[in-house]
Design a binder for this molecule. Structure first.
Ligand SMILES: Nc1nc2c(c(=O)[nH]1)N[C@H]1C(S)=C(S)[C@@H](COP(=O)(O)O)O[C@H]1N2
Ligand SMILES: [Mo]
Length: 264
């Protein structure tokens, strides 16, 4: 299988993350770690785990979890939305879905829910939609403004009925970043999942979502850094904990040392 990232990029540890976390920058080491590329060094991993709880607590103090991320006027939309990470999933399943214009795509929603369901793209497009112009911040130190259209995740959750056990929403993707044995995945807590700007997006800048940006469905969680916003979402699983999922840390990059909490 060829790499789902067709354009390799050199590793980057970039101080821009500090800027992204302005306001709580004084809280330490997390603010200096950046890049979608990662380091396996033990001191880095130790620092991440020590600062994570502190960072999350501080974020909750300085910004309400319900506050909206800033939205921008149409003139600020970038001419082309930059793509990053996987930009062309290579699996047979994904390729055949794409070949049919995603007519056979079904988003499965299961786990700690009263009614597991499957949604076609048409089902999702028929649900209430939201369009928002927001700035995407990647820990590698770049940002990009785009207009996203999709169904608020809260509506989908309402349809399946999370049970009392549901603490996190896990997004399972179609791509294997850097040929990882298991697909990309990410997760949000229930507060972030119900935030009004948290969308299952199918549109970018007024057109269908391009493959490079996550077609047919990608997550937008505008209060979070880019790596949280899973592209190529195939299944959504509500869980009580991440213990049984891949590395157990709640996301592809989290399993490789990144913070699970990536609020901005
Ligand atoms: N499935 C999947 N989702 C992903 C990634 C990925 O490689 N695979 N990369 C993440 C990172 S690090 C960023 S910055 C954004 C990039 O989104 P974009 O390609 O629309 O810019 O997607 C995030 N979601
Ligand atoms: Mo990123």
């Amino acid at each position: 299988m060829s790499d789902d990232r067709t354009v390799p990029r050199p590793g980057a540890v970039n101080p821009a993350r500090r800027r992204l976390l302005r306001g709580i920058g004084a809280l330490g080491a997390t603010g200096l770690l950046a890049g979608c590329d990662w380091t396996q060094s033990q001191p880095v991993q130790d620092a991440l785990s020590r600062t994570q709880d502190l960072t999350q607590a501080a974020m909750r103090l300085v910004s309400s979890r319900e506050a909206l991320a800033r939205e921008y006027p149409a003139r600020d939309i970038a001419p082309e939305f930059r793509a990053n990470g996987s930009i062309q999933p290579q699996s047979d399943v994904y390729r055949s879905l794409l070949a049919d214009g995603f007519a056979d795509y079904r988003l499965g929603v299961h786990g700690a829910v009263t009614t597991p369901m499957q949604f076609s793209l048409a089902d999702l497009k028929a649900m209430p939609s939201r369009t928002q112009i927001t700035r995407h911040d990647c820990v590698e130190g770049w940002s990009c403004i785009g207009q996203w259209t999709g169904v608020p995740l809260a509506h989908v959750l309402e349809r399946v009925g999370p049970t009392d056990r549901a603490r996190f929403v896990v997004f399972h993707c179609a791509d294997h970043l850097y040929n990882a044995p298991q697909p990309y995945y990410e997760s949000l807590d229930m507060i972030e999942a119900h935030h009004p700007q948290t969308l299952l997006a199918y549109g970018l800048n007024g057109a269908d979502l391009p493959v490079a940006n996550g077609a047919p469905i990608r997550l937008r969680a505008e209060r979070q850094l880019g790596y949280k916003m899973a592209k190529y979402v195939m299944n959504i699983e509500l869980v009580e904990s991440f213990d049984h999922i891949q590395g157990g840390k709640g996301g592809y990059w989290e399993d490789r040392g990144y913070n699970w909490w990536a609020g901005i």
